[in-house]
Design a protein around this ligand. Structure first.
Ligand SMILES: *[C@@H]1O[C@H](CO)[C@@H](O)[C@H](O)[C@H]1NC(C)=O
Ligand SMILES: *[C@@H]1O[C@H](CO)[C@@H](O)[C@H](O)[C@H]1NC(C)=O
Ligand SMILES: *[C@@H]1O[C@H](CO)[C@@H](O)[C@H](O)[C@H]1NC(C)=O
Length: 276
C-alpha cells in the first residue's frame, strides 16, 4: 500500500513537472512584464517610479522633470534661439512595442539630425503618448509625439508635437498597416522599411524651449526640449491603433505634469513669422 502511494505521488509530481515546463506561464506575457506602468495607485505607478531602481531616482527626486504645464504666465518670448535646423533623411526603421508605448527607431545616425546651439543631435526614435503629457495653460490634447535625438556623447534633445482629434495625420497613416500587423502578433518588433522622418510635419517655426527630462524611467535630466506650438490633428482611430498595439490593457500612457521649480520657458518667435 505504502509502495503504491509513493508511486502515485511520484507520478503526480512527474506530471506537475512536465506541465510546468510544457505550458509557459500564461500570466507572464511580454506586455505585462513592464517594470513600470501608469496605474496611479500602484507600486509601479508614476509616483513610485523613482523607488523601483536606484538608477531611476531622478523620477522621484529630480528637480527638472518633464512633462510640465506650459503656462502663458511663465513663458518669455525671445527671437534669439534660432530656427530648429533639421537635416532629416529617409532611412530603414523598426517599429517596436516597448510594453508601454510604440516606438519607431532608426539605426545610428542614418535618419539625420537636428542642430541646436551648434550641437548636432542625431534622430534616434519617435514614440507617442496619449493623451498628451505636456499641457498648455492646463489644456491636455489627444496625442503627443516625441522625437528623441542624441549626440555621440549622450546629450539628449527631444522635439515634442501635440495633436487634437481631427483630420488624419499622414505620417501615422503611412504606418497604419504596420501598426495593425504588430497588433495581431505577440512579436515585439517589425521592420517597416524606409521611413522618412521629414514626413513628421512640424507645421510652424515657433517653439517653446525649456530644460527637462525623459518622461519615462530613468527620467534622465538635462534634456533640451523644443515644443512646437502648432497643434496638429490625428483621427480617433489613429490614436486607438497606437494604444491597442501596445497590448497593455491601458487607455493611456501619459505621465502626470511635474513641478516647474523656477525653470524658465522660452517661446521662440522668428522675427519674420508674419511673412509665412
Ligand atoms: C501596474 O503594476 C501594478 C504593480 O505590479 C499591478 O498591480 C497592476 O496590475 C499593473 N497595472 C496593469 C494594468 O498592468
Ligand atoms: C531623494 O532624496 C532624499 C534626500 O537626499 C533621499 O533621502 C531619498 O532616499 C531620495 N529618494 C529616492 C527615491 O532616491
Ligand atoms: C534599407 O534596407 C535594405 C535592405 O537591407 C537596403 O537594401 C536599403 O538600401 C536600405 N535603404 C536605406 C535608405 O538605407
Amino acid at each position: 500500500m505504502a509502495m503504491l502511494q509513493t508511486k502515485l505521488l511520484s507520478c503526480v509530481l512527474f506530471i506537475l513537472v512536465v506541465l510546468q515546463y510544457s505550458c509557459p506561464a500564461t500570466s507572464q506575457e511580454v506586455e505585462d512584464e513592464s517594470e513600470f506602468n501608469y496605474s496611479q495607485q500602484s507600486e509601479r505607478g508614476p509616483a513610485r517610479w523613482g523607488e523601483i531602481h536606484p538608477e531611476w531616482r531622478a523620477c522621484s527626486n529630480g528637480t527638472m522633470q518633464s512633462p510640465i504645464d506650459i503656462s502663458n504666465e511663465r513663458v518669455h518670448i525671445v527671437s534669439h534661439l534660432g530656427k530648429l535646423k533639421r537635416s532629416y533623411k529617409p532611412a530603414n526603421a523598426t517599429l517596436r512595442n516597448r510594453g508601454h508605448d510604440m516606438m519607431l527607431s532608426w539605426e545610428g545616425k542614418e535618419a539625420g539630425a537636428i542642430e541646436i546651439d551648434g550641437t548636432e543631435y542625431a534622430l534616434r526614435q519617435c514614440h507617442w503618448h496619449s493623451p498628451s503629457e505636456h499641457t498648455i495653460n492646463g489644456r491636455r490634447f489627444d496625442l503627443e509625439a516625441h522625437l528623441v535625438h542624441q549626440t555621440a556623447d549622450g546629450k539628449i534633445a527631444v522635439v515634442g508635437l501635440l495633436y487634437k482629434i481631427g483630420r488624419p495625420d499622414p505620417f501615422l497613416a503611412s504606418l497604419e498597416d504596420d501598426l495593425a500587423a504588430i497588433t495581431d502578433t505577440t512579436q515585439g518588433e517589425r521592420d517597416v522599411g524606409v521611413m522618412d522622418p521629414k514626413g513628421i510635419k512640424f507645421g510652424s517655426r515657433k517653439y517653446y524651449r525649456y530644460i527637462g527630462s525623459l518622461t519615462v524611467p530613468p527620467c534622465t535630466e538635462n534634456v533640451v526640449w523644443s515644443f512646437v506650438t502648432k497643434v496638429r490633428t490625428v483621427t480617433r482611430e489613429q490614436v486607438r491603433l497606437l494604444r491597442v498595439a501596445v497590448h497593455d490593457n491601458y487607455d493611456t500612457n501619459a505621465r502626470p505634469v511635474q513641478s516647474l521649480n523656477h525653470r524658465s520657458i522660452q517661446l521662440f518667435k522668428p522675427d519674420d513669422e508674419e511673412k509665412n
